[in-house]
Design a protein around this ligand. Structure first.
Ligand SMILES: NC(=O)c1ccc[n+]([C@@H]2O[C@H](COP(=O)([O-])OP(=O)(O)OC[C@H]3O[C@@H](n4cnc5c(N)ncnc54)[C@H](OP(=O)(O)O)[C@@H]3O)[C@@H](O)[C@H]2O)c1
Length: 341
């Protein structure tokens, strides 16, 4: 596929008006992505709107099959059904698709990429590169440099997921329901199945009756194994929504092949790409969504021995990251950058 020679491509964003789409515009601008033109697409509802990019107001157009003429890289963030329907049209036009949805992630021929972990997989693409699930990106990016020095064999991830992970309408629902709660008004949820303000509930995806795990938890497990290239890695996740506007958190416990000390993990993570240590026990200052929001790095702290494993091979830590950035838009732009080289 034409991954080489893309020196200054025409870039399209499909789903430009959504939570991830808007963040893609920011990332492309902030990272000075060398594009020759940016085309913005969304549904018919948004046709006629405009979005600002590099000080210029760009029109948002309704997506159709011929939207991809001349496009070199198409960044999809409009949901799985739109990706399934329109990614083939983009590829037929010669565009390389970087897809934020889950539509193609587990397809054998589609690389699933976190550039800090498996950037080389990008070179194997056949027209589509998938961006992993946001909770997976947040939780496992910091683990890779540890895995490389002392293989992780078992991983338990508990997420605390923000409204932004479910898109712009979910963020609005958190704002509106919080206002209603504080003003003593009733509020009928539209996006989520449960009241969101001042509440915590299990992730709003379907539960597989065979396993008891919901779709988000299953994605975290399957995608982690694909990205690490390790189908023997034991992974279990519990994914939960918390009433935070933006930035997911994750409590992670992992067991290595050999004993490992918290100090060693801290040392490895102090120079891990895409990661920032926030681990100040004296001030009780650890990763928080307010510090992660709007940032590119995954904050990691509370690094300590997992005392439930007397063999000394297990560590517990806590991470926070803006999943609209590293969990979606930034990761996609990093992949696109690699397509230029
Ligand atoms: N939010 C996250 O943190 C995150 C992280 C990783 C991956 N993702 C994935 O990224 C995708 C987008 O998520 P989001 O959170 O940005 O959702 P969102 O805020 O709901 O945005 C959805 C976008 O899709 C567009 N769209 C809807 N129907 C369309 C159609 N028929 N044709 C063209 N465009 C259409 C919407 O346009 P209108 O404004 O015109 O309706 C909007 O721009 C999803 O697949 C999601 O799973 C999200």
């Amino acid at each position: 596929m034409p991954s080489k020679g893309l020196s200054s491509p025409v870039v399209a964003i499909v789903g430009a008006t959504g939570a991830v789409g808007v963040e893609l515009l920011h990332c492309l601008e902030q990272r000075r992505f060398p594009l020759s033109e940016l085309k913005l697409f969304a549904s018919a509802r948004s046709a006629g709107k405009s979005l600002e990019f590099r000080g210029v107001s760009l029109p948002v157009r309704e997506l159709n099959e011929s939207s991809f003429d001349g496009v070199g890289i198409a960044l999809f963030c409009a949901g799985g059904s739109i990706s399934k329907r329109f990614a083939p049209a983009a590829m037929r036009s010669g565009a390389i698709v970087v897809d934020n949805s889950s539509a193609f992630r587990m397809d054998a021929g589609v690389p699933l990429v976190i550039p800090e972990i498996n950037a080389d997989a990008i070179d194997t693409h056949a027209g589509i590169i998938a961006n992993p699930n946001c909770s997976a990106i947040m939780s496992i990016t910091p683990l890779w440099p540890i895995y490389c020095t002392n293989k992780i064999r078992r991983l338990i991830i508990s997420t605390y997921q923000a409204a932004s992970g479910a898109g712009a309408a979910a963020m609005e629902e958190l704002r509106d329901s919080t206002r209603a709660y504080l003003e003593g008004r009733s509020f009928e949820p539209k996006v989520f199945p449960h009241p969101y303000a001042f509440n915590v509930f299990s992730h709003d995806t379907k539960i597989d009756p065979m396993t008891g795990y919901n779709e988000e938890e299953t994605k975290v497990r399957n995608e982690t194994r694909k990205i690490f290239g390790d189908l023997d890695l034991a992974v279990a996740a519990t994914c939960v929504r918390v009433p935070v506007l933006r930035a997911h958190c994750a409590a992670v416990n992992f067991e290595c092949a050999r004993p490992i000390a918290a100090a060693e993990v801290r040392e490895i993570l102090s120079h891990a790409p895409g990661v920032r240590l926030v681990d100040d026990a004296e001030r009780n200052y650890f990763p928080m969504p307010v510090d992660a929001s709007g940032g590119d790095e995954i904050l990691v702290g509370r690094i300590r021995q997992d005392l439930s494993d007397p063999s000394g091979r297990s560590i517990a830590l806590f991470a926070a990251g803006d999943q609209l950035r590293k969990g979606a838009a930034l990761n996609a732009v990093q992949i696109a950058e690699r397509l230029l080289s």
